[in-house]
Ligand binder design. Sequence first.
Ligand SMILES: [Zn+2]
Ligand SMILES: [Zn+2]
Length: 255
Amino acid sequence: MNLLDTFFTALYTIPLEQAALWSLLGNIVMFAFALLLGELLVHAFHDRANSPPPEPLTRQEVLLALICVLLNTLVAIIGLVLWRANIIVLRPNGDVLATLLDVAVLILLMDFGMYVFHRAAHHPLLYPIIHRTHHLYENPRPLTLFVLNPFEVLGFGALLIVVILVAQSSQLAILIYLAFNLIFGLVGHLGVEPAPGAWLRLPLVRTISTSTFHAEHHHDKGHNFGFYTVLWDRLFGTLSPQYQQDFTRATDQSG
Ligand SMILES: [Zn+2]
Ligand SMILES: [Zn+2]
């Protein structure tokens, strides 16, 4: 039995309180890792700013981020309970190709779902209740990724659980997706652009979102609702007309 199988067998069989504690620990480690990596990237690419520097850190920001970590843990526990009750059925881990396919399906389904929910969250009726909180911090820092209204955190968790239910992804694919989601969320809130200047000139690659893409959304709430790709914004006509220009401005500063 390999390490991954051992890990998932343990998650399936240990008492639920223990599994919940491990989920909490995992979420705290991911949070700390994201903040650390984020600060390293901000430092490394400080001459490629795509946003003005963030306002001084407030207690409310920190509190909201900590609540987000706790709610993410709650979502993980709910997922765990559904999996242990055989309501969520996960495919066995297959070969590399099967895993990559599983990850691609998760990314595309989540990208579309999040685009739809994000646009809905900007509707005047929903915006003040679920999404304004995140937009209080328009010049992002790595922590901003976690500064969300609790309803929004739970909404993302519910969407992820539904997508996993439908896609019946493998265990490994879910872990890879979660890492991918963390990195993309983080990059979108760096305030600097790590992507090479040629990014938007490369076919296919330019479909993958960049830090500038989400930074633009923080400065212009009518555009760029997508997360991992610019596909849906292109398709539905909500891609910022300034994207190319803002990206070039951010990546050209360093010469
Ligand atoms: Zn928004
Ligand atoms: Zn954001």
